[in-house]
Write a protein that binds this ligand. Structure first.
Ligand SMILES: Cc1ncc(C[n+]2csc(CCOP(=O)(O)OP(=O)(O)O)c2C)c(N)n1
Ligand code: SF4
Length: 439
């Protein structure tokens, strides 16, 4: 057969063909057929029908190619109505420049004798020159902590990134069709596929680099691969995330934790703390917020034995930027990193927009969200509110949010006591780990 046309009723974006044509091409290659020309046409999208004339056209493409000896258009859409080019979205942002992203102001050096990774960061003001990787103009609610948290983290990353975002607020509010707020290379995939997809991209990148297949592009090739997920995405995508951790791919998983599935209407996640109100853990006669404790994702990921795990908060910016720089070093040189940052969601926490970083700071100072890192199995608390004389009662933090105000009422005293007890238990466990490198 000289030529074959394959019609796919779905596109595999970026693949120059639907899944069927890619499979057929692969099968031909596998069986040593390098001569049959393959023409790919995507048809029937957007409710378009497929008529006999369309079928005839498919034959004509192949006949034309076999007569000419070459394929004029190997890949195209068939039967679609072209849009009006004058209405195409205009480019409004210039691409970021590598020189601006790689400031050289942050240095990360491994100490050969102690094995420690030394990080030096400049005064944070000097990093404000670094371009934002997510453009303003996205649709997040006022006071949303996601973007200030992510941008702060990215300030600690030098050079280019490839970011994969799970579904969730961070993704939804930055990708309102036909626009995108992402200035860096961006991939979206579903909760069950995110970590698997990015680990595939990482391995493909390193393998093609090793083969020299990217040399002709003249690229700076020191990308950092980062997956961004919410706490809900981390629930649903926990299996693939652990799989990627066990395979130890050179990438970072950064979880922004707003303690619920906010994008779909503030349902509880496994990270929602006990007693907190969400749309599926109500406060009323029958229930006083969530009835079981939040899972400790950072400890779960630390147990996979990846080289670096950290927690961070935008209320402790130096700490977060330093950890981001260290995360980049590990992700480029050793293996997988997992980081968790607590961020505010004023819409569903029923808190004041302006109070975001104060609330987060209080969460850290109650020891509910301790700042620490686990580096090659060794735990270090990077900020200890007790030693600084800053520890505050849990109730002081909870009364700042509408979702937890009820916990100060006498009828919820038992829930509060239980929640406080769990915070204390986990904090003491962490201190023990900090004091003993074998724990
Ligand atoms: C497998 C699957 N289940 C459910 C959904 C619907 N869904 C989209 S976003 C979302 C919530 C995500 O929560 P989180 O990751 O915490 O991000 P947030 O919206 O809080 O930023 C859910 C349940 C989905 N997209 N895929
Ligand atoms: S719902 Fe919450 S997390 Fe989502 S954009 Fe609004 S403030 Fe941010």
């Amino acid at each position: 057969m000289k030529a074959v046309t394959v019609g796919d009723r779905s596109d595999s974006f970026g693949g120059h063909g639907g899944n069927m044509v890619l499979e057929i091409k692969a099968a031909l290659q596998t069986y040593g057929n390098h001569t049959t020309m393959v023409i790919s046409r995507i048809y029937g999208l957007g409710g378009k029908d497929f008529y006999a004339e369309d079928g005839l056209k498919m034959f004509e493409f192949a006949i034309d190619a076999s007569e000419k000896g070459f394929v004029e258009k190997p890949f195209d859409y068939h039967g679609h109505t072209a849009g009006d080019p004058s209405k195409a979205p205009k480019k409004v942002l210039e691409p970021m420049k590598y020189e601006d992203l790689k400031t050289g102001l942050i240095t990360v050096t491994p100490d050969e004798t102690t094995g420690k990774i030394n990080v030096r960061i400049p005064p944070l003001r000097s990093l404000t020159k670094k371009p934002k990787r997510i453009a303003p103009g996205h649709g997040a609610c006022p006071g949303c902590g996601i973007f200030s948290g992510l941008e702060l983290f990215f300030k600690g990353i030098e050079g280019d990134i490839v970011a994969l975002f799970h579904t969730g607020c961070a993704m939804v509010v930055t990708t309102g069709y036909p626009y995108s707020a992402h200035k860096a290379t961006y991939i979206h995939n579903l909760f069950q596929n995110g970590a698997a997809t990015l680990s595939g991209v990482v391995e493909m990148f390193h393998e093609r680099k090793r083969r020299g297949e990217l040399d002709h592009l003249g690229l700076q090739d020191d990308f950092t691969f980062v997956m961004i997920t919410g706490d809900g995405g981390m629930d649903i995508g926990m299996g693939p995330a652990i799989g990627a951790a066990l395979r130890n791919h050179r990438m970072i998983i950064l979880e922004y934790d707003n303690e619920g599935y906010m994008n779909t209407g503030a349902q509880l996640s496994y990270s929602t703390p006990m007693g907190h109100r969400t749309s599926t853990s109500n406060v009323g006669k029958q229930q006083g917020g969530k009835v079981f404790h939040h899972k400790d994702t950072a400890q779960i990921m630390a147990a996979t034995n990846i080289p670096y795990v950290f927690t961070g908060s935008e209320a402790s910016p130096q700490d977060l930027v330093r950890k981001a720089a260290k995360a980049q070093w590990y992700a480029q040189n050793v293996g997988m990193v997992y980081g968790k940052i607590l961020i505010t969601c004023p819409l569903n926490w029923l808190s004041e927009d302006k109070d975001g970083s104060t609330i987060i700071d209080q969460a850290v100072n109650t020891c509910f969200f301790p700042l620490y890192e686990v580096e090659k199995g060794i735990t270090t608390i990077t900020y200890n509110p007790e030693e600084k004389g800053k520890r505050v009662p849990v109730g002081d933090w909870l009364k700042m949010m509408g979702k937890t105000k009820h916990l100060s009422k006498p009828e919820y005293a038992e829930t509060l006591r239980e929640f406080e007890g769990e915070i204390e238990r986990r904090w003491n466990m962490l201190k023990a780990k900090h004091d003993n490198p074998y724990l």
